[in-house]
Design a protein around this ligand. Structure first.
Ligand code: NDP
Length: 495
């Protein structure tokens, strides 16, 4: 790293007070290159440790993280402004995921024999999932530990080294994470952090030594990152935003639904990719649900139950969405235009918001919610599926079978029934979106495989007499034998 680079720094701030939390270097393309190169070497060593060696190190890292839970949560609290309780919850869930990834990597990715089938009867067929080398992680600020660790933890468990570029708003959390990791893995730079602005992330995405980019952020930036990746044909997993809906069906526990809608919409000041942004309530229970929701919303304490808006420019987006909805005839049931008072936004509940409003179609990322009356759950589903995003979603219903049908038909990666965002706490479940919410999966077995390449091996155990198909010495009779076999096996139409 050059001296000039080291001298260029930026501050991370406490969004509630503006106080400087920390000062970090702005890493340029040359520093990123050096980090990726060092990571390449570290990746070879890390891969050689094997599943058992990595599991031991990762479980040790998990224990270090757990013993430093308060320290990590405090840093998250300082840089994002979220309450300590939420920062603690975020850290705890991260630990659960790290444990799962470490313990399941061998079972999911390790070598296994697969059936060779009749044509390959003389073969031993082996499948295994090998690491990609160096994974670049570009992270967001809203869950500065849990979200990037959804990629970092799983990529490490799969045998990769990681270079992590955190959001410019939350570099301190990332630096602390890497420091704690180095306590368990001091030998090589298996997890490194490069800090800076968008250009640092762009340099990481464009680096030829990167095996895959895991990006979390806006859909617009995901497209820019993909363009950078295209130069080297670097694959990408993109976790973008959402516009998640919560459907309240007849027979639902309305108190529980209102409680979930409120927490899903307002916790973390609404800055949650799988946060509830829209609610669709069937006619018969609408008024009762609204009563439950507004009572609870009015009792929320801004600055205590949730913190400030972490990214200052986001208040402009929230204001624009609220103003647009009101101008189109929506009713502010709780709060209103005056609720946006940077750096805080008080709870806003909007009713009768036209479906074409930005508050219904675009990601607001604030403590606001739209509530819309619908005739049936089917109408709610159609409206839910009519936006370009498809990340998560929620269904409250008294009928378990119907709820499952609605969940399956919801155009999203994840759906929670009679609970909200609960899929995040189940490490075996993959997490990711469809449409503008991105593609690829973190978490679960799919999340482990996401950071690997499948490797297939066939080993001939003995030559198959009379069936030497892959040779110029093959006879017409041998080919005929194959056709006969395929015809017997596959030629009959089944009713
Ligand atoms: P961005 O998508 O702009 O940033 C996400 C990450 O990408 C950050 O680390 C950012 O760095 C980095 N980055 C920015 N430009 C580039 C680039 N050209 N190449 C590589 N990396 C880059 O999100 P914002 O933080 O600006 O938030 C904007 C909106 O995105 C929010 O309003 C919200 O709607 C959505 N969002 C969704 C999240 C989710 O969880 N799905 C998380 C965060 C935001 P830096 O911060 O240094 O610019």
């Amino acid at each position: 790293m050059s001296t000039a680079t080291e001298q260029r720094t930026f501050d991370s701030l406490d969004p509630a007070t503006g106080a400087v939390v920390g000062t970090h270097p702005i890493h340029d393309a040359a520093s990123v290159r050096a980090a990726v190169e060092a990571a390449g070497e570290a990746a070879r060593w890390w891969a050689r440790l094997g599943f058992a060696g990595r599991k031991r190190r990762l479980l040790d890292f998990k224990a270090v993280l757990t013993r430093n839970l308060d320290r990590v949560a405090t840093k998250i609290h300082q840089e994002t402004g979220k309450p300590m309780g939420d920062a603690t919850l975020e850290t705890a869930i991260t630990i659960v995921h790290l444990d799962w990834a470490a313990r399941h990597a061998r079972g999911v990715l390790g070598p296994r024999r697969v059936s060779p089938g009749l044509v390959g009867i003389n073969m031993a067929a082996t499948l295994e999932y090998l690491p990609l080398g160096v994974v670049g992680v570009i992270g967001p600020w809203n869950y500065p530990l849990l979200t990037p660790m959804g990629s970092i933890g799983y990529a490490l468990a799969a045998g990769n080294a990681v270079v992590f570029k955190p959001s410019e708003l939350t570099p301190g959390v990332a630096v602390l994470l890497a420091e704690l990791f180095a306590e368990s893995v001091p030998e090589h730079k298996v997890l490194q952090v490069v800090t800076g602005f968008g250009e640092t992330g762009a340099a990481l995405a464009a680096d030829p030594g990167i095996g895959k980019i895991a990006f979390t952020g806006s859909t617009a930036t995901a497209k820019r990152v993909m363009a950078s990746c295209a130069a080297n044909l670097t694959p990408i997993v993109a976790e973008c935003g959402g516009k998640d809906a919560l459907i309240v069906d007849t027979g639902a526990d309305l108190a529980a639904a209102a409680d979930a809608a409120l927490w899903g919409a307002m916790s973390n000041a609404g800055q949650t990719c799988v946060g509830v942004e829209r609610v669709y309530v069937v006619e018969g229970v609408y008024d009762a649900f609204m009563r439950e929701l507004t009572e609870r919303a009015a009792a929320l304490r801004t600055g205590e139950d949730y913190g400030p808006i972490t990214m200052p420019s986001q208040t402009d987006v929230i204001r624009r969405h609220v103003d647009d909805a009101l101008a189109r005839g929506a009713k502010a049931v709780v709060g209103g235009a005056a609720s946006v008072r940077p750096p805080y936004v008080d709870p806003v509940v909007l009713a009768d918001v036209p479906e074409e409003s930005s508050a219904v179609r675009e990601e607001t990322f604030g403590p606001t919610i739209t509530v819309t009356r619908v005739a049936t759950a089917q109408e709610a589903l159609e409206k839910t599926n009519a936006v370009a995003y498809g990340l998560g979603g929620t269904i409250f219903s008294g009928d378990a079978r119907r709820a499952m049908e609605l969940a399956r038909a919801m155009l999203s990666g994840m759906t929670a029934i009679n609970s909200v965002i609960s899929f995040v706490g189940v490490p075996a479940l993959p997490f990711g979106g469809v449409g503008d919410s991105g593609f690829g999966r973190i978490h679960g077995a799919d999340g482990l495989r996401e950071f690997t390449r499948a490797k297939s091996i066939t080993r001939q155990r003995f030559p198959l007499p009379g069936m030497n198909l892959t040779s110029f010495t093959r006879t017409p009779a041998e080919l005929q034998r194959l056709v006969k076999m395929v015809t017997i096996l596959h030629g009959r139409r089944k009713s």
